[in-house]
Design a protein around this ligand. Sequence first.
Ligand SMILES: [Zn+2]
Ligand SMILES: [Zn+2]
Length: 162
Amino acid sequence: MGEPTSARGSADLADLAQSSPRATRPISGYDIGMSQPTCPVCKVPLSQAGFTERCPKCTGAWIHEDALVGMMQERTSAMVFLPWQPRDRDQDRACAVCAKPMQAVSLGTVALDRCAEHGVWFDPEELASLLKQAKAFKADVKHEGSSEHHGILGSLAKLFGH
Ligand SMILES: [Zn+2]
Ligand SMILES: [Zn+2]
C-alpha cells in the first residue's frame, strides 16, 4: 500500500519550518505582521510617540481607535464613546497601514480619516483639539436626573440609556 503517512507528515512539517517567512524580525514596538505605518500625507515612515505614531514631517498623528478611547478616558476619568460622523471627503487618503482608502469622518468639530481596522489619522493640531473636547464625549451611563438633551450628550444618552 502507500507510504507511511507519519513520515510524510513530518517531512511536510520540516518543509514548512524551512520555508517559513518568519525569519524577518519584527520592527521594535510593532506587532508582528504589521509593517511600519507611513504618513498618509507625506508617505514617510511614522515614528512611535507614546500611544501614537507621529509623522516627523507634518507632525500628524496615527492612532489606533482603542488607544484613542484610552487617551480620552484618561483625560475625562470617565467612559468615553466616540460618535463617528461621516463627512464630505475633501481628499483621498490611504490608511497608514493597509493603504486602502480611509473613511472621511468627524468627531465633534474635528475632521478625521479612519480605517476601521487599523486606526485614525489626525492632521497636526487635530489630536490636541479633540483631546481638549474630550469631556464632550463622556458616555453618560448614569443618566443624571436633569436630562438636558443638548448636542452630542443627548444622542449619547439615547445610544446608551434608551
Ligand atoms: Zn506627514
Ligand atoms: Zn487599514
